[in-house]
Write a protein that binds this ligand. Structure first.
Ligand SMILES: NC(=O)C1=CN([C@@H]2O[C@H](COP(=O)(O)OP(=O)(O)OC[C@H]3O[C@@H](n4cnc5c(N)ncnc54)[C@H](OP(=O)(O)O)[C@@H]3O)[C@@H](O)[C@H]2O)C=CC1
Ligand SMILES: N[C@@H](CC(=O)OP(=O)(O)O)C(=O)O
Length: 363
């Protein structure tokens, strides 16, 4: 990939939150994105970042943001940045992101508000960066020159979309998916789930999560209409998905157990599935996007892997892990997937999306 000849100035909206902190760690060391603005709620605005953030990362706060003064998320507070990364709470993300787009900013959002919008691509960068082709239609429809919104997916959806896409590329459409998730508490932001609810416990309910997985996969894994104005929602090969979501006492890293049935008969064997996942190589890797993982899907042979504590920070959490690939007596094949919910499930995906947009001169 040709590196941009200029630095690209970025803002982080929601800079004090769980995802915002991960953005800061990743962007502080980025080859060409420069953090120019930190934005959060009026509670944090006007104060130095180090004085308002409840820092929960295992590395120190990067020096360059320690004394940066946090600003509000009013549009006039973002200055001359090219890109806004949003890790905003979904209660406010809708209005703020809409206003930023209207003010001609390129917005890369983690929030759920625009994922179902028929003009907004829902992009897992290791899967469907081709959906960026919808951006001209979004801008034209809204009468904008530069402003647009791109969202990335729900963190549990992201972990599944990557291996599912690799399998569909190798073996054709998936027909049925049943998945059970074991989701980390950082997925609920800070302070998140009360300790008295989650210690010594598993909570078999995460609000709206099952519906998100069941719906978002179709938008991500589907294509675009020929005129690049509509998402086809995987409609040529409808995929039935059933998800059961659980909160478990793990800090970071969502583990998901999936059973899948392929449309193709006979289906691929577990060994063929493993080979296809291992050899998966995607466009953002080919382009050399700096935050893309070397190995997108790490396939484990050990019978007790992947595990959140052991595997979640491999490649800075930018890949997914698949293990326990075996025959399923009900469908065809079953396996376990681990993804770092705050990295590839959130901030890392947004950053790779932005790197792709820069490489393709979309920003
Ligand atoms: N955690 C995860 O694993 C994932 C999260 N997401 C999504 O990313 C987004 C952020 O999640 P997360 O980091 O966990 O959430 P947090 O609750 O940890 O952080 C929320 C952020 O939003 C800011 N905020 C809250 N209210 C306002 C307001 N009125 N005006 C401006 N800013 C405000 C907060 O600022 P302040 O500190 O000043 O209150 C904080 O920076 C959510 O939409 C979430 O659904 C997506 C994928 C994974
Ligand atoms: N709901 C996810 C995290 C999340 O924020 O998802 P979404 O971006 O879809 O709101 C979890 O609790 O693990």
């Amino acid at each position: 990939m040709s590196q941009p000849t200029r630095e690209v100035k970025v803002a982080i909206a929601g800079a004090t939150g769980t995802v915002g902190q991960r953005f800061i760690c990743l962007l502080a060391a980025h080859p060409y994105f420069r953090i120019a603005s930190l934005n959060a709620s009026p509670r944090s605005a006007g104060k130095a970042y180090k004085d308002v953030v409840r820092w929960k990362q295992s590395v120190p706060i990067p020096k360059l943001v320690l004394d940066m003064v946090v600003k509000t998320c009013e549009v006039d507070q973002f200055g001359d940045v090219d890109i806004v990364f949003s890790g905003l709470d979904s209660d406010v993300a809708g209005d703020v992101e809409e206003a930023l787009r209207k003010a001609e900013y390129a917005v890369f959002s983690n929030a759920g508000n625009f994922r179902r919008d028929p003009l907004v691509p829902l992009v897992v960068p290791l899967v469907n960066p081709s959906h960026f082709a919808m951006i001209p239609h979004q801008k034209k429809t809204l009468g904008l020159e530069k402003g647009f919104i791109i969202t990335n997916a729900n963190c549990s959806t992201t972990g599944l979309a990557i291996p599912f896409h690799a399998l569909e590329k190798a073996f054709g459409p998936l027909e049925t998916v049943v998945v059970t998730t074991m989701q980390a508490i950082s997925g609920a932001g800070y302070p998140g789930v009360p300790s008295l609810d989650i210690l010594d416990n598993v909570v078999p309910y995460i609000g709206k999560e099952e519906e998100k997985i069941e719906w978002e996969l179709a938008k991500i894994l589907g294509g675009l209409s020929d005129d690049l104005t509509e998402f086809d929602m995987h409609s040529k090969h409808p995929m039935k998905v059933s998800a059961a979501c659980n909160r478990v006492p793990v800090l970071d890293g969502h583990l998901e157990c999936a059973s899948v049935r392929f449309a193709r008969r006979p289906p691929p064997s577990p060994q063929q599935v493993k080979d296809a996942l291992r050899s998966f190589y995607c466009e953002v890797q080919k382009l050399g996007c700096p935050s893309a993982p070397q190995q997108a899907i790490v396939v484990h042979d050990a019978p007790d892997r992947p595990q959140p504590r052991l595997d979640r920070y491999h490649q800075e959490g930018a890949c997914v892990h698949v293990g326990r690939v075996r025959e399923c007596p009900v469908f065809d094949v079953k396996f376990a997937v681990l993804s770092n919910n705050v990295s590839i499930g959130a901030a890392t995906s947004s950053i790779i999306n932005a790197e792709y947009a820069v490489a393709k001169n979309i920003v």
